[in-house]
Design a protein around this ligand. Sequence first.
Ligand code: HEM
Length: 152
Amino acid sequence: MARMSDETTPYDRMGGAEFFEALVRHFYEGVASDPVLRPMYPEGDLEPAERRLRLFLTQYWGGPTTYSDERGHPRLRMRHNPYVIDDDARDRWLDHMRAALDQTMAEQELDPSWEQELWRYLVGAAIAMVNAAPVGSPTESAAGLTLNQETQ
Ligand code: HEM
C-alpha cells in the first residue's frame, strides 16, 4: 500500500524506525543490568520483549501497526498485571528510559518539542502501570485502584 506522504506522523518526525530502534535498544541495555527489573522478564532472552516495546511505541506514535496486527489491542495495564510494579520498579523503568532517551539524542537529532512530548507520555504511562504498593504502606490497598486508566 502506498504511504500517504512522508513526514506526516510524529513517528516520522521523531526519526522513524531508526529513532525507536535505538531508544528501545538502549533501554533494554539498562534493564539487562537492573537487579529488580531483569528478573521480571519471563523469557531468558530480552529480545522478544524489546521487539514488543519497540512495535508498541512505533504504533502509538503513528508508525506501522505491526504491534496490533500481532498482539491485538494493547491493554497494557492488563498485560502488566502478572508483574509486581511498585514505585521503585516505576522509577527504575523511567531512569533507564531517561538514560536511553539521552543516549539516543546524543546520536540522532530530535526536536526538543518532540522530546518533551515523548517524555511526558512515558512518565504518565509508567505512573499508570503501577499496580502494587509496599506491604504495610498507607496506599497499599489503593494501589491499582486509583490509576487504572488505559494508557494507549
Ligand atoms: C512502570 C514500569 C514497567 C515495568 C516494570 C514493566 C515491565 C514489563 C514486563 C516484565 C513485561 C513482560 C515482558 C514482555 O512480555 O514483553 C512488559 C511488557 C510490556 N510492556 Fe512494560 N513495564 C513497565 C512500564 C511500561 C510502559 C510505561 C510501557 C509503555 C509505554 C510498557 C510497554 C510494554 C509493552 C508494549 C509490553 C509487551 C506487551 C505484550 O504485547 O505482551 N511498559 N513490561
